[in-house]
Design a protein around this ligand. Structure first.
Ligand SMILES: NC(=O)c1ccc[n+]([C@@H]2O[C@H](COP(=O)([O-])OP(=O)(O)OC[C@H]3O[C@@H](n4cnc5c(N)ncnc54)[C@H](O)[C@@H]3O)[C@@H](O)[C@H]2O)c1
Ligand SMILES: [Zn+2]
Length: 375
């Protein structure tokens, strides 16, 4: 698997009547008109985007739609997590109605995970649900948030507390658009790429051990291949368990720890979601080794891989910004994945061997985190 074969076939998310294709390649925005056209019942659509995309790539998308005689209106939201709010949702919904959107029309979410989650939830809500297309523009959104149908916004009580499952009708992952994405965002998205390898794909991990630098450094074959592999993984997991009754929870590898860190630090950009996930994944490996599920060598290999990708892997450097271990465990308990008070953790039996467990006692977690905060 050292030299990825170019395979232009879309990745299918097999959900029966709600199934859809993910097209991956360097020129998806230029081709958007032709690809989206067949999904439109009338030649009119509304693009929801953020101002960073509006400045850089919106013209290309509008021209591509225009070339197919598709009329476009645009709704631009401020960039950043703060836009996943009740206020911004209200503004987007009002603007959609003002733009004349009808029940049988289609919205295009053009941006990172913030725009995808917000516009997707607006699409789920306006007229009780209209179709939407995802055009994800961050690595994170291309490999994770644009696929699977989770949409939503945040409340002051926490992230993603209001939302809906609403699958897109099409996903266009344009690898060229990533050229303008800041390097730190690429690295953060990479944490979700290698997550799929850690969950159940040792062969992909071995490939990433050789090719991570190429995936991170440039938009070439390797990056496209990594996006495709990630989408294949996500599509398979979502098709098996669309509403997270069971195995889809494996995608939360690194996230129960990670969400607690994000909640503690705040959503200001100081700690990006993918960075929190990288730390959470390192902690999951470390704890797995400590509890005897994983060999210490596998845990070391995984943590070294994340560090080589330029991702943070520990919490001691953040300790002055974090609560004590008890406080962190309490924040982990606020995660909405908690069922009846019991934390479900994703731990690992080695590289590619993720599993769910509700058996780790809080006292064990506290002792572990106390040591990690002050090694
Ligand atoms: N729905 C899901 O299944 C799911 C899964 C994972 C994460 N998420 C959500 O995704 C969000 C994070 O998404 P994100 O990491 O994409 O963040 P983001 O949407 O905030 O984008 C990151 C930054 O990059 C900018 N940007 C986006 N594309 C760009 C481009 N091509 N060139 C230059 N700048 C660009 C954005 O304007 C923003 O400033 C979180 O809210 C998280 O909860 C959702
Ligand atoms: Zn994530």
């Amino acid at each position: 698997m050292t030299s990825p074969v170019s395979d232009n076939k879309p990745v299918r998310v097999d959900l029966g009547a709600r199934g859809y294709d993910i097209h991956i390649g360097p020129d998806m925005i230029e081709r958007a008109g032709g690809l989206i056209g067949p999904f439109l019942r009338r030649p009119k659509t509304v693009v929801v985007t953020d101002s960073n995309l509006a400045d850089r790539h919106l013209d290309t998308l509008v021209t591509a739609l225009d070339d197919e005689n598709i009329a476009v209106s645009t709704i631009v939201v401020p960039p950043g997590e703060a836009s996943k709010s009740v206020t911004e949702l209200g503004r987007v919904c009002e603007a959609l109605i003002e733009a004349g959107i009808e029940r049988r029309d289609t919205i295009i979410a053009f941006g990172g995970g913030v725009v995808g989650d917000l516009a997707g939830f607006a699409a789920a809500s306006v007229h009780r649900g209209i179709d939407f297309v995802q055009i994800p523009t961050t690595l994170l959104a291309q490999v994770d948030s644009s696929v699977g149908g989770k949409t939503g916004i945040n409340l002051s009580h926490g992230k993603n507390l209001v939302g809906a499952f609403h699958q897109p009708v099409l996903v266009l992952a344009d690898t060229g658009v990533l050229d303008t994405l800041p390097e730190r965002e690429i690295r953060a998205g990479y944490a979700e790429v290698v997550k799929y390898a850690f969950i159940d794909n040792r062969i992909f991990f071995d490939w990433l051990e050789v090719n991570a630098a190429a995936v991170l450094d440039r938009s070439g074959m390797e990056r496209e291949y990594a996006i495709r592999q990630s989408c294949l993984s996500k599509a398979a997991i979502v098709a098996a368990d669309e509403r997270e009754g069971g195995s889809r929870a494996l995608l939360n590898l690194g996230h129960t720890f990670g969400h607690a860190l994000e909640a503690a630090i705040g959503y200001t950009g100081e700690l990006l979601h993918g960075e929190a996930v990288a730390i959470g994944t390192a902690l999951a490996f470390d704890l797995s080794a400590r509890l005897g599920f994983s060999s210490p060598a596998d845990a070391e290999t995984a943590i070294a891989h994340l560090a080589r990708a330029g991702l943070p892997t520990g919490i001691s450097s953040l300790s002055n910004r974090l609560p004590n271990a008890q406080g962190l465990v309490r924040l982990m308990g606020n995660d909405k994945k908690v069922v009846g008070g019991a934390k479900t953790l994703v731990l690992l039996r080695g590289l590619g061997g993720a599993f769910l467990t509700g058996d780790v006692r809080d006292s064990v977690l506290e002792e572990f985190l106390a040591e990690k905060l002050n090694p």
